[in-house]
Ligand binder design. Structure first.
Ligand code: ZN
Length: 152
């Protein structure tokens, strides 16, 4: 396991515990080179049922490419997208399901994307939730204002 901080090719497991649901093992690791600590989670496979009925393995890259479109022209980095995809995967896995549909993935994307960039969130939500009127946008924007009041 490469160190995410310095890319050192080795790391030491300092703690290892099974999650409450028994579906994953979380390992705390430390890099012997830079001393950086990070966690890894070992899990069973997770599949996604597409709208077409096709089943394929969950892919963070697919989450990233879906969100990337909504982020065009926005100050969102590839690193931000990677973190978002990881958050989405963890949220979906926390449900304990071994198979989810694309709808559930879309739902799991909305929350972290809103934290990341509100404009990208509105774009993504407008497609995902099939906004079909200005009122839909207005109520989504109104909700953003309630949850995240702009600092004066
Ligand atoms: Zn390191």
């Amino acid at each position: 396991m490469h160190c995410p901080f310095c890319r050192h090719s080795d790391s030491r497991v300092i703690d290892s515990r099974t999650s409450d649901d028994g579906l994953s093992i979380r390992r705390r690791r430390q890099c012997p080179e830079c001393g950086g600590r990070f966690s890894t989670i070992e899990t069973a496979s997770l599949n996604v049922i597409k709208r077409s009925g096709v089943i394929e393995p969950f892919s963070r890259e697919k989450v990233m490419s879906g969100v990337r479109k909504a982020c065009q022209g926005r100050p969102v980095t590839e690193g931000d997208l990677a973190v978002l995809a990881q958050t989405v995967e963890e949220a979906v896995r926390q449900t304990g399901a071994s198979q989810v549909d694309t709808n559930e993935i879309g739902l799991a994307i909305l929350g972290p994307l809103r934290e990341l960039d509100e404009v990208a969130y509105l774009r993504f939500a407008s497609v995902y939730q099939a906004f079909d009127s200005l009122e839909d946008f207005e109520s989504a924007i109104e909700q953003l204002r309630i949850d995240h009041p702009r600092e004066a």
